[in-house]
Design a protein around this ligand. Structure first.
Ligand code: 5GP
Ligand code: ZN
Length: 112
């Protein structure tokens, strides 16, 4: 099945994005509507809509992505601290149904 979601299109280069990192498994891009001074999104290549649909392999990849983020703080501009966030479903406000991790930082973030 050919996926037509916005993140799959970004992956294929059909929609432009500012890409900070890309390998076969995932990419990190700038969010188009930043909610903090630095607002990036890490997007696994495979189209899995929700975190509650993740396989064990997919979950392992999420851990790998988090490790990569922690090793890229300098390049990502988040050395003073950052917040990782995943929205699951409607109540959380998920708008793109292709699982992704928000990376927020670059300034003192508001408390929840
Ligand atoms: P969600 O609300 O699903 O957790 O997050 C989706 C995020 O994707 C939002 O923060 C939104 O600004 C971002 N987004 C939606 N469309 C695009 C796009 O075309 N390009 C980029 N770079 N970000 C997008
Ligand atoms: Zn997708």
């Amino acid at each position: 099945m050919v996926e037509e979601c916005v993140f799959c299109k970004i992956r294929k280069g059909e929609i432009p994005s500012t890409t900070l990192y890309k390998d076969d498994e995932f990419m990190i891009i700038k969010d188009i509507n930043p909610q903090a001074k630095v607002h990036l999104i890490a997007i696994p290549t495979d189209h899995v809509p929700y975190i509650d649909m993740m396989t064990q392999e997919g979950t392992a990849l999420l851990g790998k992505i988090m490790g990569k983020i922690s090793h890229m703080q300098e390049e990502l501009g988040i050395t003073e601290g950052y917040r990782l966030l995943i929205n699951q479903g409607e109540n959380a406000g998920q708008t793109v149904n292709h699982l992704h991790i928000h990376i927020l930082g670059g300034e003192k973030l508001k408390d929840f």
